[in-house]
Ligand binder design. Structure first.
Ligand code: PLP
Length: 374
């Protein structure tokens, strides 16, 4: 059966060059990076080379990059550290963040001594930055957590603007850049941000590895205690081949960024034209000018199609999503769309179609043919 993958916001295929780098690392870097003999030093040197590559990609210093297992871990760590060690008394975030942020904050707010404020969401999916500024003007030691690109709608938050606001009022700024890392250039010299979170499997790297950018001078306590790995901040023998794979994936993503972006933008327009032609009543959930690879659309179908549309497409070998991957098996409405759509529209089928450089016009044609038979 033909297979068409249009769910690149959920995860991506590992690039062949990345697999090659990882296989070579598995062969050559098997020593324990903490060992002082040549086998250990070889593994350690691969890790440090990867750290430099990643730091360079975001214009950071290598000492500001810490390897973690995934985006979820990094987000959890930042919040727990902020409340326990940075004297944070208030966290301002938004109700459209990924659950790795929202569920963590909601759970922590029940038992910790800080106030959680979720900003209002405007009809275009953007958090209300005027409200943010009014809150920041109050003198409370605050951490702001706002994602760069929303994983369900592709809505982009101007993190340079948010960072400038945080800087003006002395707030700490954390941004979940899991969806944008490797897909746009991010420069920590330009963005006043204290913490950035990234996950390799979103940019054609392996699963189970991510990194956290921690601006120099920000106090950080360990997430795991044990050995001296990651300067004692995250004990546990490093996953060397994953770290090597992540660095390679980020390096090639950024090298090919402009070509990939142009290709995906072309496909996005092709898809929008096809939707306009076949389903003229469709609406974009979020902003028309959302991030280039994510398109969330409300289809003008009856509400009784909602429960089966993904199943129907899956039967034809097409992978798309209704929201974030964790929710796609459920028919409860997405917490992100719930902030933006009317009750009536929420019952109708919305699809998240997320594209990559690996997609073709034929993939879009195949999706459109399948949608016509829903
Ligand atoms: N944040 C965002 C915006 C995401 O899209 C995801 C993954 O879907 C995560 C965090 C979680 O990342 P990970 O799968 O690496 O834990």
């Amino acid at each position: 059966m033909k297979k068409v993958y249009l769910d690149h916001a959920a995860t991506t295929a590992i690039a062949p060059e990345v697999i090659e780098a990882m296989v070579s690392s598995l062969h050559n870097d098997f020593g324990n990076p903490s060992s002082t003999h040549s086998f250990g030093r070889q593994a350690k040197s691969s890790i440090e080379l990867a750290r430099k590559t990643i730091a360079k990609a975001i214009h950071a210093n290598a000492s500001e990059i810490v390897f973690t297992s995934c985006g979820t871990e990094s987000n959890n760590w930042v919040f727990r550290n902020a409340v326990a060690h940075l004297q944070i008394k208030r966290i301002i975030s938004s109700p459209t963040e990924h659950h790795a942020v929202l569920h963590t904050l909601e759970e922590m707010a029940q038992s910790n001594d800080f106030e959680l404020v979720l900003l209002k969401i405007q009809p275009n999916g953007q958090p209300d930055l005027a409200q943010l500024e009014a809150l920041l003007a109050q003198e409370v030691k605050t951490l702001v957590s706002l994602m760069h690109v929303n994983n369900e709608t592709g809505v982009v938050t101007d993190i340079e603007q948010v960072g400038a606001l945080c800087q003006k009022y002395g707030a700490v700024f954390h941004s979940d850049t899991v969806q944008s890392m490797g897909k746009t250039s991010i420069d920590v010299q330009q963005i006043p941000v204290d913490f950035l979170v990234a996950s390799a499997h979103k940019f054609n790297g392996p699963k189970g590895i991510g990194f956290l950018y921690i601006r120099k001078g920000t106090s950080m306590q360990p997430i795991l205690l044990g050995g001296e790995q990651e300067k004692g901040l995250r004990a546990g023998t490093e996953s060397v081949h994953n770290i090597v794979g992540m660095a390679k994936a980020l390096e090639i993503s950024l090298e090919q960024l402009e070509a990939h972006r142009a290709h995906v933008l072309h496909l996005r327009q092709y898809l929008l034209n096809a939707l306009q032609l076949e389903f003229p009543g469709f609406k974009i959930n979020g902003a028309e000018d959302g991030f280039y690879n994510i398109l969330n659309v409300l289809l003008p179908f009856a509400a009784d199609k909602t429960a089966m549309i993904l199943f129907h497409l899956d039967m034809k070998g097409i992978a798309v999503s209704r929201g974030s991957a964790c929710q796609s098996g459920s028919i409860s409405p997405s917490h992100v769309l719930a902030q933006m759509l009317s009750d009536d529209d929420l019952t109708k089928p919305s699809l998240r179609i997320s594209l990559s450089h690996l997609n073709t016009q034929e993939d879009i044609d195949y999706l459109m043919e399948a949608l016509k038979t829903v």
